[in-house]
Design a protein around this ligand. Sequence first.
Ligand SMILES: NC(=O)c1ccc[n+]([C@@H]2O[C@H](COP(=O)([O-])OP(=O)(O)OC[C@H]3O[C@@H](n4cnc5c(N)ncnc54)[C@H](OP(=O)(O)O)[C@@H]3O)[C@@H](O)[C@H]2O)c1
Length: 282
Amino acid sequence: MPNKLPIPRIQLGVYMTSGASCTAAVHTALSLGYRAIDSAAWYANEGDVGLGIQQFLASNASVTRKDIFFTTKLRSNTGYSATRAAIRESIRKSGLGWIDLYLLHSPYGGRAKRWDCWRAVQDAVRDGEVRSAGVSNFGVRHLQELMEDSAAAAAAAAAGKRDVPITVNQVEVHPFNTQSAITEFCQAHGIVVEAYAPLVRGMRMKHPTIVRIARECDVTPAQVLVRWGLQKGFVVLPKSVTMERIRENAQVSHFELSEGHMEELEALDEHLVTDWDPTDAE
Ligand SMILES: NC(=O)c1ccc[n+]([C@@H]2O[C@H](COP(=O)([O-])OP(=O)(O)OC[C@H]3O[C@@H](n4cnc5c(N)ncnc54)[C@H](OP(=O)(O)O)[C@@H]3O)[C@@H](O)[C@H]2O)c1
């Protein structure tokens, strides 16, 4: 099913930042033209993100809440009621009225729990609390199972009740961990790939291939990494709390990586996991 989700291609990541510096980073990013922020209940910063968005909106009459894309995620797959409650709590904490994209943060818990939580997210979409729904850290099998369970439930339901599509799978993706089996499956099924840790968490900024390509394109290593993700067709979520870096990470439309550069970058894959990798969980 083709995916029609209008989703900003570069979004500010806010993992490992909270309090005033998170609020300031969100405000800075919005001032620089970002229109999307990727938060999570786990990051304990939904309120800080919401505050940054609200402060920005209060001082920019030409931008409204509808212009901002707020993503947050379910902390753990505990069940239907807990998920409904978690969604309402995320909305309350953010103060933003609704969530633009809500993700199951991981596949942990097993197939039955994933389905229970997904039903809750579907109902939150139908009730207008959530605008679009997706998953994170799902492997191909998790996606297939959820699609099967969704289709079966929709077929068994009263006429007219359609399943809510999986719009996004957010996974760790960068040249050092291309996750090509997952990304190809997603792209073949109209699921947007959101690339997290797109800057490899800063771990490969001095890699000789990255440095050389950056020099050849007259850009920075971070811009090479962001550009690679965009040219692969992904949504990219670079995180920074520094104004200059927030600006730099989004200034990538003035150059293009050649096919040769893309191939060289692809060849760097070493399945580098910078944080966690639940994509093969039960
Ligand atoms: N779904 C999940 O399980 C999951 C997991 C991890 C991440 N995420 C999401 O993806 C986002 C991005 O991932 P991430 O935060 O792990 O890592 P990342 O964006 O790959 O890297 C962030 C690191 O790079 C530094 N940095 C930023 N811009 C830079 C630049 N231009 N030059 C040099 N260094 C730069 C940042 O430092 P400063 O902040 O000091 O600039 C920070 O240390 C997260 O914030 C979160 O929203 C999701």
